[in-house]
Design a protein around this ligand. Structure first.
Ligand code: PBG
Length: 331
């Protein structure tokens, strides 16, 4: 016999389901997921969000029900975002410091009902509270001023931690805020409250449906390019991550997700810190649009994208599909 056969047949290991299972390099489980939830005023309220089909805003009672559902599904963390009533929004976003604002009421209610069975992650940024939709305080020229904003974000973070938040997630992209928030948490007795920094957050066109969900889209004047990152930059993301780790972040996030897999990979290769991806609202909406248009299968699309995040090095993923995916994975 002569050598007319390949020495190696990679297809051999792919030939059977059991073999594909045995050789699988990356796993996705419900414990990899963080479920973002939108809080709205009232009681017994569910408001579907037109640009995020399948996602609703819930009043606090509904949010508690979702948090219990998360725990039952094995999802370890829910992330909260408030749709602040219009009349409570102001230029300085003062409602962010109200200990009885929607966020704090939702945090307290979840912690009362669920205890340690689910963690609560809270976004730190002013955009759900400002009348101009920017993440910070603006000067007369419309510029988001850094240091004054950091001082306000510190108060917002402590307010959330006082209400029982487990993970503080600053999404504002101001310089120096991780250090300032870490110090304030320590001083206020919250040494075990974690910080997951949105370290590499890009000025992205994929956030549209989220801004509808928290009601800031119609209010936003201009864009966020003076603080969120330029999509053309990768090295700069590594500098952002290095700074946030040095300032005390427990974990970092890259956002959006799929268009930034290279950033996730580079961060993971360079630093030994847990990395999370935020599969943002526009990414969710595109999958739903593909399903609705008959050009892709939702479940297959979502599972393929989420495993890609794990393969790139993510410890976990924030996704609006979290509950749906957990149900799929739990069979
Ligand atoms: C607020 C914030 C945004 C998102 C998360 N936190 C919007 C923005 O920066 O304008 C977007 C999330 C999504 O699109 O799903 N700072």
């Amino acid at each position: 016999m002569t050598g007319s056969y390949p020495n190696t047949r990679l297809r051999r290991s792919r030939a059977h389901g059991w073999s594909r299972a045995l050789h699988r390099e990356t796993m996705l489980t419900p414990a990899d997921l963080i479920w973002p939830l939108f809080v709205t005023a009232g009681e017994g309220v569910e408001e579907p969000i037109a640009t995020l089909p399948g996602v609703s805003r819930w009043s606090v009672d509904g949010i508690v029900a979702r948090a219990k559902e998360a725990a039952a599904l094995g999802i370890p963390v829910v992330a909260l975002f408030p749709n602040t009533p219009r009349e409570l929004r102001s230029d300085d976003g003062a409602e962010a410091h109200n200990p009885d604002n929607l966020m704090c009421r939702a945090i307290r209610s979840i912690k009362d009902a669920c205890g340690d069975s689910v963690g609560v992650l809270t976004d730190v940024a002013l955009d759900p509270y400002t009348s101009h939709g920017q993440d910070g305080l603006v000067d007369d020229a419309g510029y988001v001023v850094n240091d004054e904003t950091v001082a306000v974000l510190v108060d917002q973070a402590v307010n959330q931690a006082n209400a029982g938040a487990d993970i503080i997630a600053p999404s504002d992209m101001m310089d120096g805020r991780i250090h300032a928030i870490r110090m304030a948490l320590e001083i206020n007795g919250h040494s075990n409250v974690q910080i997951m920094s949105y370290a590499a957050k890009y000025a992205s066109a994929f956030y549209g449906p989220f801004r509808d969900a928290v009601g800031s889209g119609g209010l936003l004047k201009g864009d966020k390019k003076t603080y969120q990152m330029d999509p053309a930059n990768g090295d700069e993301a590594l500098r952002e991550v290095a700074m946030d780790i040095a300032e005390g972040a427990d974990s970092v996030m890259v956002k959006p997700g799929l268009a930034y897999l290279d950033i996730i990979y580079r961060v993971k290769q360079r630093f030994d810190v847990p990395v999370f991806a935020y599969q943002v609202s526009g990414e969710y909406a595109m999958i739903e649009a593909a399903q609705a248009a008959g050009i892709g299968d939702r479940d297959a699309l979502v599972l393929e994208k989420l495993i890609a995040f794990k393969r790139a090095g993510c410890s976990g993923i924030l996704t609006y599909h979290a509950a749906h995916v957990a149900r799929l994975l739990n069979g």
